[in-house]
Design a protein around this ligand. Structure first.
Ligand SMILES: Cc1cc2nc3c(=O)[nH]c(=O)nc-3n(C[C@H](O)[C@H](O)[C@H](O)COP(=O)(O)OP(=O)(O)OC[C@H]3O[C@@H](n4cnc5c(N)ncnc54)[C@H](O)[C@@H]3O)c2cc1C
Length: 377
């Protein structure tokens, strides 16, 4: 018998367990894989501010380096770069980060079991492959896999390879837009040091491995040391984070950013806020304390996520020609302004600046009409 059972021993589930255990409640985390942090399905980009808010100061093993530049490429090969030093975005190892948080949770009193999978809810708790476990609250932190049955529409396939290649430059992230190759998404290069990094693609209805290999062949010589294929969720938060005594956190609740599908901070924060709300509920037995979790998360991210959903709709509807035109009208003043002011976690301000330009925006406005206006509000 535990106060809480958490299914999913990744960032959201572990942070949730850490918060619950901190208030002396009993909590068990079950993780179906054989190791916390593995298989890593993440680019590892996160703002240091975000990590701080999650209550994590990365160990040297976890932290690799800060990103200095982001280069954004148009389908026709033109590009612009943003100096991202001020945004303090780190490249971290998710294998190590998740283990670090697992240790924080364990030190607070949480119990973690790997190779144990959640199967179904029962009257008094949950059924796992190791039998039934009783609990008062169940936390679903199973990531995008929990959403597969609910809504396939919001899911894109992605492939990400870890590679060694001379053309990967430490400190420089690259993003490549091409609506024919990666419809509704993009390709990316995230360095994990000089000459090594993670290169990935996602998009609607594409064969991600073929598309990624074509991308890599064009870039030049490389050696692959790891391949992962994982679904990403781009539709924003689900309607209800709390259903009876089930609390849904992280990617399972759609808390990854609709623009980039980045979720270390936003999904992690879901875990933290849920954990605090559950602790309150366990003391008060007042269901409004559980409901507080969704309110708090929405207060932090609701408005930004709505804008990101609008930005996504814009991206889904513009063609390569429009993207090329938008790139043509981006001036050094605009990239400078974004470099100096913008925030990695709340980045629709940058997108609006990039879309709200003279000339090409007229094309975008005609195509997008009301939607663009909503985004600019
Ligand atoms: C290719 C790719 C690149 C990404 N890059 C970035 C990035 O650079 N920056 C960023 O911020 N985000 C990135 N993300 C997103 C980020 O990885 C997720 O938002 C984050 O991991 C979500 O954490 P989570 O704890 O909610 O779910 P997950 O990390 O998905 O964890 C869910 C856990 O639940 C376990 N599980 C599933 N089913 C069961 C079950 N039945 N029983 C028990 N356990 C179960 C899984 O094994 C897994 O450990 C990326 C995602 C992908 C796919």
């Amino acid at each position: 018998m535990y106060d809480v059972v958490v299914a999913g021993g990744s960032i959201a589930g572990l942070l949730c367990a850490r918060e619950i255990a901190e208030k002396n409640n009993t909590v068990l985390v079950i993780e179906e894989d054989y190791e916390i942090g593995t298989p890593e399905h993440c680019g590892g980009l996160v703002s240091t501010k975000g990590l701080e808010k999650l209550g994590v100061i990365p160990f040297s093993k976890t932290f690799d380096h800060l990103i200095e530049f982001a280069t954004i490429n148009a389908p026709n090969g033109s590009s612009f770069s943003i100096n991202s030093k001020k945004q303090k975005v780190a490249e971290i190892s998710r294998r190590e980060l998740d283990k670090q948080i697992a240790h924080q949770a364990q030190k607070n009193g949480a119990v973690i079991k790997v190779r144990t999978s959640f199967q179904e809810l029962t009257k008094d708790g949950v059924r796992t492959n190791e039998g039934e476990i009783k609990c008062k609250i169940f936390v679903d932190a199973r990531g995008v896999s929990a959403l597969v049955q609910k809504d396939r529409e919001g899911i894109l396939s992605s492939a990400q390879y870890e590679i060694y290649a001379d053309w990967i430059k430490k400190g420089r992230v690259e993003v490549f837009f091409d609506q024919e190759k990666y419809p509704g998404f993009f390709a990316w290069i995230i360095p994990s040091g000089e000459g090594k990094g993670k290169v990935g693609v996602a998009g609607k209805g594409i064969k991600v491995s073929e598309v990624l290999e074509e991308f890599l062949e064009k870039k030049g010589k490389y050696s692959t040391i790891r391949k992962i294929f994982a679904p990403i969720w781009i539709k924003g938060p689900i309607k209800k984070f709390v259903e009876g005594k089930t609390v849904i956190v992280g990617d399972a609740a759609g808390q990854a950013k609709p623009t980039t599908s980045g979720g270390i901070y936003t999904s992690g924060m879901g875990g933290v806020l849920a954990g605090r709300a559950i602790s309150k509920f366990l003391k008060s037995n007042n269901e409004s304390d559980l409901e507080e979790y969704q309110k708090q998360w929405k207060k932090m991210f609701g408005e930004e996520f709505e804008k990101q959903i609008m930005a996504r709709k814009v991206l889904e509807r513009i063609d390569n020609n429009t993207i090329n035109k938008l790139f043509d009208s981006i001036t050094p003043e605009i990239t400078k302004e974004i470099s100096e002011k913008e925030d990695f976690d709340f980045h629709t301000g940058s997108i609006i600046k990039l879309l709200g330009l003279k000339g090409s925006v007229k094309t975008a406005q005609i195509i997008l009409g009301g939607e663009l206006k909503k985004l600019l509000k």
